[in-house]
Design a binder for this molecule. Structure first.
Ligand code: UTP
Length: 294
């Protein structure tokens, strides 16, 4: 195991350059990350997790057709002036607050060559320091922000950390699965990462979810990682090398996880976040009960 790293995790890379094909036709013109959970786009929930975890700078890895994400966190002078004129103080505060959440940086991924390649595109923006990676597909509703839980383990171990969740029996083949040695109730030293193991062959049910804290060494590894499954540069392949060279920990993240990259997962997340809202909870609950009875 490496020496604990003294460097604070200040930056988060959020790849949003994927094509979002599972949500067509909605994602033909609207980025998947802008699909709302009630009135908040999922990307905002991700950014708020970063901010609550002490991240200062969010680096979006974007692509053509994704400018709505940058606009969402940018000033909107005309809209702000209109809301001010109409005395809509709450809306104005909500719109202004977005721009002040963090420092926002965008880098482009010219073509979707895989998650590993997307992370590599952020190399110059990250520099020589450990950083967080959050995927917008995984929303975590947790008391301690999900990425904060990983940052705390990284501070103790100095190594890279991947977020894990136990998946139901029979679903292992859909995920990257970890084999490792338990070091604490929710922590493992990773021995092996197996991307989408053939049914019945997985060594555990611990699946990698979209939360990582990585040392800057991952960039030189990704630089020489050949394209793998789907002819894409896979982050999991880079993590294998990182694990062998510098060690890697897995952390079973506490909190409720929603896979909003999946249609049913998105609907469940929408219902979950709606039921947490004081302004619409009663109406939504009553409506759901009626729907379920019909
Ligand atoms: P996914 O494969 O789940 O997202 O990648 P996708 O390609 O957008 O969606 P589908 O599968 O076609 O519906 C996981 C995350 O990695 C990003 C995506 O934006 C998503 O947040 N990603 C993936 C990139 O930024 N670049 C890539 O080349 C691939």
């Amino acid at each position: 195991m490496s020496e604990p790293s003294a460097k604070k995790v200040r930056k988060a890379v959020v790849p949003v350059a994927g094509l979002g094909t599972r949500f067509l036709p909605a994602t033909k013109a609207v980025p998947k990350e802008m699909l709302p959970l009630v009135d908040v786009p999922s990307i905002q929930i991700i950014v708020e997790e970063c901010v609550a975890a002490g991240i200062e700078e969010v680096i979006f890895v974007t692509a053509r057709g994704k400018s709505a994400i940058e606009d969402h966190f940018d000033r909107a002078p005309e809209l702000e002036a209109l809301l001010a004129r109409r005395g809509k103080k709450e809306d104005l505060a909500a719109v202004r607050r977005l721009t002040e959440l963090a420092r926002f940086v965008s880098v482009r991924q010219g073509e979707p060559r895989g998650l590993g390649h997307a992370v590599l595109c952020a190399r110059a923006a990250v520099g020589d320091e450990p950083f967080a990676v959050l995927l917008g597909d995984d929303l975590l509703d947790a008391e301690v922000p999900g990425i904060r839980q990983l940052i705390d383990l990284h501070a103790r171990t100095g190594t890279g950390v991947v977020g894990l969740k136990e998946v139901p029996v029979g679903q292992e083949h859909l995920y990257g699965i970890i084999d490792g040695e338990r070091t604490a109730p929710r922590e493992l030293r990773v021995r092996k990462l197996i991307e989408k193991p053939a049914p019945g062959t997985a060594p555990s049910r611990l699946a990698i979810i979209g939360r990582y804290v990585l040392p800057p060494e991952i960039f030189e590894i990704l630089e020489t990682t050949p394209a793998g499954r789907g002819d894409e540069i896979q982050l999991t392949d880079g993590l294998e090398t990182l694990c062998a060279r510098k060690g890697l920990y897995g952390l079973e993240v506490e909190g409720q996880r929603f896979d909003v990259g999946d249609r049913a997962g998105y609907v469940l997340a929408l219902v979950h976040y709606a039921l947490r809202r004081d302004d619409i909870r009663v109406e939504v609950r009553a409506g759901l009960e009626k729907l379920l009875r019909s």
